[in-house]
Ligand binder design. Structure first.
Ligand code: FES
Ligand code: FE2
Length: 349
């Protein structure tokens, strides 16, 4: 897998991780157990007992420690074994790897790289479920496909016109017009105006409108998107630039989405979506979540089918189109960051 290790990966929704209920998952092919002590404090470590590799996620929390429920080795939060039942000597190598963990924006994030480089400033600025300005629904979906294919999908919305013709009712403009793409330090920004008759299907607010949609797609695979409806002509008056979102007439929503590579061919996709408080209510949130459930199922169908064909194709090649620019720029950035990490590692060793 070619992914950046020095990045924060979403492991779960924060509210799903209950005190003293260890949760086992995989991130970048590594088994990881995330858990909270009785006070709710987070810890994350390798989900693989140093004794005989039983998953620690099947273990028992004892205060600030986690006991492997196979033969009873007791681990502290740093991953060190502090007790071996019936044995006084604890060997120096009796430890598992621990990972920096953080709870932010309603997600639990795990840092998969060097401890020293872990900096919470690098956690992407998602909108949490408790954000005062938005009414959000949320969910998650497991994929039998490589995370990168989901990232590629999210970086190229020309697929909206086809994959999501039914769910989003997206007009063909999504496929025929190219967005403005700007390189960011740890991602790309994709902005577009959708103008013309069918810019906002089903929307009737008494005047002709056009829609602005903008998202940042950030390492390791986090999409932060907002959009809103503006009076017709706004895009022209701004020369196609970004509007002041607080001036939107209607339709302002926010969606945060995170793609976590679990193993080579599995990924977990976390998402929230909903209206700005001034542009909708709980009923609209529920409508949007219904649309999202359908749309994200459509993505899953095509991406898993794509994965199956790729698996059946030795040495496959792709043929990029101009719609792939965001995909290419983001993947190049990931390759560069991953290469820099490997270079640093080889210099250090
Ligand atoms: S496998 Fe964990 S104590 Fe034996
Ligand atoms: Fe999609």
């Amino acid at each position: 897998m070619n992914y950046v290790k020095n990045a924060w990966y979403v492991a779960s929704w924060a509210q799903d991780l209950l005190p003293e209920k260890p949760y086992g998952t995989f991130i970048l092919n590594e088994p990881v157990v995330v858990w909270r002590n009785a006070d709710g404090e987070l810890a994350a470590m390798e989900d693989r007992c140093v004794h005989r590799l039983a998953p620690l996620s099947l273990g028992r929390c004892e205060g600030d420690k986690l006991r492997c429920m196979y033969h009873g080795l007791l681990f502290d939060r740093t991953g060190a074994v502090v007790e071996i039942p019936g044995q006084d000597l604890i060997p120096a190598q009796a430890r598992v790897r621990s990972y920096p963990a953080a709870e932010k924006h309603s997600w639990v994030w795990i840092w998969m790289g060097d401890h020293e480089a872990a900096d919470e400033v690098l956690i992407p600025g998602a909108v949490g479920l408790d954000h005062p300005d938005y009414i959000l629904g949320h969910g998650q979906l497991d994929y039998a496909a490589e995370a990168r294919l989901i990232n590629d999908n999210l970086l190229d919305f020309s697929h909206l016109s086809y994959v999501h013709a039914n769910s989003f009712g997206a007009p063909e403009a999504w496929a025929y017009e190219r967005p403005k793409i700007t390189m960011l330090e740890r991602g790309v920004r994709v902005e577009r105006w959708i103008t013309g008759e069918s810019a906002v299907p089903g929307e009737a607010i008494g005047q002709p409108i056009e829609r602005f949609a903008s998202y940042d797609f950030l390492v390791p695979g986090v999409l932060l998107m907002t959009g809103g409806n503006f009076p017709q002509g706004t895009s022209q008056s701004l020369g196609g630039g970004a509007p002041d979102m607080s001036k939107a007439l209607a339709g302002v929503t926010f969606t945060s989405q995170a793609v976590t590579p679990m193993t080579d061919k599995t990924a977990r996709y976390f998402f929230s979506w909903g209206p700005h408080r001034d542009h909708g209510d709980e009923a609209l949130r529920d409508t949007l979540m219904g649309i999202a459930a359908m749309a994200f199922g459509e993505d899953k169908d095509i991406i898993e089918a794509q994965q199956r064909v790729m698996d059946a194709t030795p040495d496959f090649r792709i043929m990029p189109t101009t719609a792939d620019r965001g995909v290419t720029l983001f993947n190049r950035l990931v390759e560069k960051l991953a290469r820099d990490e490997r270079t640093r590692l080889s210099v250090a060793s």
